[in-house]
Design a protein. Structure first.
Length: 367
């Protein structure tokens, strides 16, 4: 039997001050690093870790950490018009085909795009370095992985063909599988991979866009098995590591009926179920799993937090990724940074979401 692996996506707004460019929330980052150090598998801890060795014999999961950009990256991405899956030009009224006679960007436009890509990547890599450094200081053998320009076929926005976008090519799926293999190798070597949402090229290789952290999480979770499964000499699959759960750590307590930061009447939704065939979401509003209010992920009127500088799609992107992940058989949790509920989710000490003060569980429907 393989290792138990949990994907943790920590939102940039949870560990940075998103209103102030390149500003860390140091207390939140320390809390996160300390929490990981106490919950992680023994093989990932450093030899000099000060964690009580009496807890080291316990069977604990391995983690894959994916983080957003927060105030590291979003500001420069917006400044240069880089968004999830698309880019904005100096003059947005002119189409791509009008940029030059051969349908490509002219020299000025191309330089502007690449300037935005390089500055956005440089900014988010600073945050990646800060997270890795904090984990190292807490006795975790963390290593930063920068996906965007490291894997040639990995492109902005697309990881799977789930939504039927024209840009979701076989090459993009191959790129995500290569990323999964790189992450798997890190885990096997006793390292904790820390991956960041990134600025990278679009599918034409001539423009820049954003490969968001939520898209990365979706791709890793849904393509992990076929990317990393080991086989014997006859081609039969052997025991392998498996993604057991995905946890999104945000700056709000879960999924709400409306934005809790602007609507005091917003209600926390504790449990959402997903129809594995249609992808429809239902609100499960009792401990007895009574389904109500069936809707698609794109139309369900629920909210989380929103920020003026967010270029990655916010909660809508998170829910869309969650639906795809749940359809592949993996439960998803959306929870709040610095909360006791999040500590219980990550430590695995919770039994029912209804017993906790906050958090939203998204799981396959029983019907």
């Amino acid at each position: 039997m393989g290792d138990k692996i949990i994907i943790l996506k920590i939102g940039g707004s949870s560990i940075t001050n998103k209103a102030l460019e390149e500003t860390l929330d140091t207390e939140a980052l320390k809390w996160f690093a300390k929490l990981i150090s106490t919950c992680i598998d023994e093989s990932i801890r450093s030899h000099s870790s000060s964690i009580d060795r009496s807890s080291r014999s316990e069977c604990k999961p391995k983690f894959i950490i994916v983080h957003g950009a927060g105030s590291f990256g979003h500001h420069s991405a917006k400044r240069y018009g880089l968004r999830c899956g698309k880019s904005v030009f100096l003059d947005e009224s002119v189409s791509v085909d009008e940029k030059s006679s051969n349908g490509t960007l002219d020299g000025v436009q191309f330089q502007y795009q690449m300037e935005g890509l390089s500055k956005t990547r440089h900014s988010v890599q600073k945050l990646n370095s800060a997270i890795v450094n904090s984990l190292l200081n807490h006795g975790v053998n963390a290593v930063g992985l920068s996906p965007g320009m490291s894997i040639s076929s990995l492109r902005a926005h697309g990881a799977t063909k789930r939504r039927g976008e024209e840009c979701a090519t076989d090459n993009s799926i191959a790129g995500m599988k290569l990323l999964c293999q790189s992450i798997h190798e890190s885990l096997e070597a006793g390292l904790l991979p820390v991956i960041h949402g990134d600025a990278c090229l679009l599918y034409d290789g001539k423009r820049a866009g954003i490969l968001g952290g939520d898209t990365l999480v979706e791709g890793i979770a849904t393509l992990w098995d076929e990317s990393t499964a080991a086989t014997n000499e006859t081609g039969d699959r052997l025991g392998r590591s498996a993604i057991s759960q995905v946890i999104f750590i945000t700056d709000v307590a879960g999924v709400f009926t409306s934005d809790p930061k602007s609507d005091r009447n917003a209600k926390l939704i504790r449990h959402l179920s997903v129809n594995s065939t249609t992808g429809e979401l239902s609100i499960v509003d009792t401990k007895d799993n009574m389904n109500m209010n069936t809707s698609s992920a794109s139309s369900l009127n629920v909210s989380g937090s929103s920020h003026a500088h967010d270029v990655t799609g916010g909660l809508k992107a998170k829910l869309g990724a969650a639906v795809a992940i749940v359809q592949s058989g993996i439960d998803v949790i959306i929870t709040q940074c610095l909360s006791e509920s999040t500590e219980a989710f990550i430590a695995g000490t919770w039994k029912s979401v209804w017993d906790l003060d906050s958090g939203t569980l998204i799981s396959p429907s029983r019907t």
